[in-house]
Design a protein around this ligand. Structure first.
Ligand code: FES
Length: 187
């Protein structure tokens, strides 16, 4: 019995030190990599030049995961098609309604929690959409719902565009417009 306990304790320790080693490696990597975002006093600053087209990045703001997804030309043209199928409208403004324009680029920046019951949807780069595995909800790459049960698109956190950076936690004019036209709810 004591041998068995010793074995279990040994195995636990080995697993723990293995995790510790992974943690140390991860910490070391974080110090080598330039950080794409800076967090301070409830604000997160995103440097939009650090993101790559169709590669999902997950940042954090006030303890919440945040999706950042830079759109490619192909994605923007697919959105035109998706949006016009769903809304019957084809205007450029409607197509890019949920996206945030920084310089010449468009980004999805949204809270990474499903608006149904709060699971984290998974991005599928080959399909340019998010699948929420909990109940099968799907969002397009602008964060708009294309398959229920989510009741609305992914929520957009308060943001302010500052040159090629975006400050999360402060409501700039573009965010206030999204609130006013119902693109997102206040969070
Ligand atoms: S929590 Fe995402 S579909 Fe239910």
């Amino acid at each position: 019995m004591s041998d068995r306990r010793q074995f279990i304790t040994g195995a636990g320790l080995a697993a723990f030190s293995g995790l510790g080693a992974i943690g140390a490696l991860y910490a070391a990597k974080r110090t080598w990599d330039p950080l794409p975002s800076v967090k301070e006093g409830g604000f997160t600053t995103l440097n939009m030049k650090d993101y790559k087209e169709n590669v999902l990045a997950v940042e954090s703001w006030r303890g919440k995961p945040i999706f950042v997804l830079k759109q490619s030309k192909e994605m923007l043209s697919t959105e035109n098609k998706n949006m016009s199928e769903i809304t019957g409208k084809t205007t450029e403004a409607m197509d890019k309604k949920r996206l945030i324009k920084v310089g010449d680029d468009y980004f999805l920046i949204a809270i990474a929690l499903c608006t149904h019951l709060g699971c984290i949807p998974a991005y599928r780069p080959e399909k340019n959409n998010f699948l929420c595995a909990c109940h099968g909800g799907v969002y397009d790459d602008t964060g708009m719902v294309t398959k229920s049960p989510p009741p609305r698109g992914l929520d957009v956190p308060p943001f302010k565009i500052m040159g090629d950076k975006v400050l999360l936690g402060e409501a700039g004019p573009e965010y206030k417009k999204m609130l006013a036209d119902g693109t997102t709810l206040a969070v």
